[in-house]
Design a protein around this ligand. Structure first.
Ligand code: FAD
Ligand code: UDP
Length: 367
């Protein structure tokens, strides 16, 4: 065999694994079907602005080891994500906090907020939330659910909130303080200069073949290395033998505008059901880029179909059960490992991806 590891996918998972294993003396080859490295964290510079090609990427973690790890590859700024929600022209602060409650109900104290939320939860008769709708109402009440959650979530996932798992909404903090920080993590920031430099450094000195889809020459790639790390879709690897897992697609529309400030914030969410996009990102605000122009991206959720990029796994019970069947096949493999958001079919953030990749390195070197 020419290589110890063939790594399919140059996203964050594949790149961390490739770096670590190379540093431990293993010979790695990375193949990537896109025309660039980095997967969904890829950024490029235009007009002096680092553009997050695949949507806003804000690094946040409470894992000390992961924070130290990523800081070896870039200097981070102290960006705090504070998106604004636009509901039919009404603006609200996110995540759900005293600013939101003041804007929604014109109240001022945490006690007032608690009593409104409790009343709305009681009126809805929810004791043990079983889906995203019930979870949302029990966390923030019906008004906020109707204006800031229902429309956005149903656009984002293409399903009714009653058909979605509760955990999705628990990603967002609910706070009884006037604090618009979208994340509770200890560390948060944007790598100054963008994410691509991180991937470039991770892959430094490692052979990478772009525009190379594993499936167009499966036989060749299966016989080139002792082991394969596959970070693409696990159901595709097994030729959908148990049926298709569900994914959510996205379409990004990016444009350069001849003004220096379009919306005054990095992220504005459009939470009504009618606006077809979920959010507008204004890239320069992530790093405070000094440019006379600005670049914005509208993010449109899409039904996923074969051949499209799969951006989100849809981790409801039905899909998780199907994934378990594929996972059983994967467990019987000796020379094949699945990793990353698509290989592990989990709604992982970047920090969790690094954590999982480092765990895999540990288990590989033990074997
Ligand atoms: P990917 O980035 O998907 O990489 C997989 C790579 O494998 C891709 O480059 C793909 O082209 C390649 N590949 C797949 N199949 C094949 C094949 N057959 N042959 C060759 N190559 C193949 N996380 C955060 O922490 N903070 C955020 O703010 C954040 N925002 C996000 C916003 C959006 C819109 C999305 C979609 C994700 C966001 N994430 C965020 C999550 C983050 O993008 C992921 O955690 C991370 O990129 C996953 O890395 P990965 O390597 O597993 O997957
Ligand atoms: N969400 C919402 N309204 C918002 C923002 C988020 O209802 O204004 C819900 C929605 O269901 C979304 C989930 O919270 O899928 C998680 O949001 P997050 O910002 O973490 O989504 P991501 O950036 O991963 O797409």
């Amino acid at each position: 065999m020419d290589y110890d590891y063939l790594i399919v996918g140059s996203g964050l998972f594949g790149s961390v694994f490739a770096r670590e294993m190379t540093d431990k003396g293993y010979k790695c080859l990375v193949i990537e079907k896109r025309n660039h490295i980095g997967g969904n964290v890829y950024t490029y510079n235009e007009e002096g602005i680092n553009v997050h090609k695949y949507g806003a990427h804000i690094f946040h973690t409470s894992n000390e080891e992961v924070w130290k790890y990523i800081n070896k590859y870039a200097k981070f700024n102290r960006f705090t994500n504070s998106p604004i929600a636009n509901y039919n022209g009404e603006l609200y602060n996110l995540p759900f906090n005293m600013n939101t409650f003041h804007e929604m109900w014109n109240i001022k104290t945490p006690q007032e907020a608690i009593s409104i939320i409790e009343k709305q939860k009681e009126e809805a008769g929810i004791t043990n939330p079983k889906n995203l709708e019930e979870q949302a109402i029990s966390l923030v009440g019906r008004d906020i659910y109707e204006k800031l959650i229902k429309g956005y979530t149903e656009k984002q996932w293409g399903k009714k909130c009653t058909e979605l798992p509760a955990f999705i909404i628990k990603r967002l903090p609910v706070r009884l303080t006037y604090d618009n920080n979208y994340f509770n993590d200890l560390y948060q920031g944007i790598p100054m200069g963008g994410y691509t430099q991180i991937i470039e450094k991770l892959l430094d000195g490692i052979e990478v073949k772009l525009n190379t889809d594993f499936f167009t020459n499966k036989d060749k790639w299966e016989n080139i290395a002792d082991k394969i790390l596959f970070t693409g879709m696990i159901d595709q690897y097994y030729d959908y033998c148990y049926g298709e897992l569900e994914y959510r697609g996205l379409r990004f529309e990016t444009e350069t505008l001849d003004i220096d400030n379009y919306q005054g914030n990095a992220v504005i969410n459009y939470t009504d059901a009618e606006t077809p996009f979920t959010r507008i990102i204004e890239h320069k605000h992530f790093e405070g880029a000094d440019s006379p122009k600005t670049i914005i991206t509208h993010e449109y959720p899409q039904n996923w179909e074969k051949g499209m990029e799969a951006y989100y796994p849809v981790n409801n019970d039905k899909n998780n059960k199907l994934f378990e069947k594929y996972q059983k096949l994967a467990k019987n493999e000796n020379n094949l490992i699945f990793g990353g958001r698509l290989g592990m079919y989990k709604y992982y953030n970047m920090d969790q991806i690094i954590e999982e990749a480092l765990k895999l390195v540990e288990s590989e070197i033990k074997n």
